[in-house]
Design a protein around this ligand. Structure first.
Ligand SMILES: C[S@@+](CC[C@H](N)C(=O)[O-])C[C@H]1O[C@@H](n2cnc3c(N)ncnc32)[C@H](O)[C@@H]1O
Length: 285
């Protein structure tokens, strides 16, 4: 089959589910991966013959996209903060909002050249936060924990892929009462979507991304934040900084709760969509 015919077939198969620009973007990603052709080359080489082994790969991708599986899981990788990351059903797909949190921490930390500057990422998933911090703050000693063994396996292979050293460890942050040491920075993007918000979510997230990375109960949606804030009071160095990614709908009550926990200085930032998304908490002025 010629490339132009494959593209037309691909587009037609997915038009009921996706916008044309999104289908074009899927086709470009897959063409790069399976045929090593850029978007421009796909147009220039429209008459190229595609062999049956490659056609089968496109067919399988169409079937998975028809079931609304995220393209990142189909490819097995994605990009975060300009770096490559492997992702799978055990890891959340890193989001662009989280890149803004990483950017904030790098801005605040880049002038710190102490060789004992230490960072802990709680709920590391694919390792995207910890690894992009380690890559951009080479002097820092970065650690990361998750309670999912499978997520940690992926995070470890992502650290290798990006040529950084991270101390990974398995821990349930809701159960442990201790951390291995004191840190200059503790960061977390914990599960924060209330069960009641499921209705607003698309099936590509609900059916494929790990529920344990996303959801918290309606009755105590701030549990992770309170627990991490309490631990951090003991495990942050005196001028240490605690950064959170947050649920846009819960910013006010979260800030009140963190003040009560013992953080008099809290800075809120919005994401690129204008939604309340990140906090920096400090326990002393
Ligand atoms: C929202 S995801 C964030 C993943 C990654 N840091 C990111 O920003 O893309 C939350 C992560 O917390 C982990 N997690 C959930 N409950 C946990 C617990 N009790 N203790 C430690 N980690 C937990 C999940 O496995 C998941 O990797």
């Amino acid at each position: 089959m010629k490339l132009k015919k494959l593209k037309a077939y691909f587009t037609e198969s997915l038009l009921e589910l996706y916008a044309p620009e999104e289908i074009q973007s899927f086709f470009s990603i897959l063409s790069k991966e399976y045929l090593n052709l850029s978007r421009v080359q796909v147009t220039l080489e429209a008459d190229k013959e595609v062999d049956s082994a490659i056609l089968q790969k496109f067919e399988s991708a169409i079937e998975r996209l028809e079931k609304e599986e995220p393209i990142q899981y189909i490819m097995g990788d994605t990009e975060f903060y300009g770096l490559p990351f492997k992702v799978n059903k055990n890891t959340l797909i890193p989001r662009p909002e989280t890149e803004e949190l990483v950017e904030w921490i790098i801005e605040d930390s880049v002038s710190e050249k102490r060789n004992d500057y230490s960072i802990l990422d709680i709920g590391t998933g694919s390792g995207c936060i910890a690894i992009s911090l380690a890559k951009n703050l080479p002097e820092a000693a970065v650690s990361a924990l998750d309670y999912s063994y499978e997520a940690l396996q992926t995070a470890e292979s992502n650290a290798k892929l990006n040529d950084v050293t991270i101390q990974f460890f398995q821990e349930d942050i809701l159960k442990t009462g201790t951390l291995p040491q004191q840190y200059d920075v503790i960061v977390s993007n914990p599960p924060y979507v209330r069960e009641s918000e499921k209705l607003e979510m698309q099936s590509n997230v609900l059916d494929y991304e790990p529920a344990s990375a996303l959801f918290v109960s309606n009755t105590d949606p701030l549990l992770f934040y309170r627990t991490i804030a309490r631990l951090s009071l003991r495990y942050l160095k005196p001028n240490g900084k605690l950064y959170f990614e947050i649920n846009e709908y819960l910013s006010k009550e979260l800030i009140d709760s963190l003040r009560e926990e013992g953080y008099p200085i809290i800075e809120l930032r919005k994401d690129f969509r204008g939604k309340d998304r990140m906090l920096l908490c400090r326990k002393s002025k």
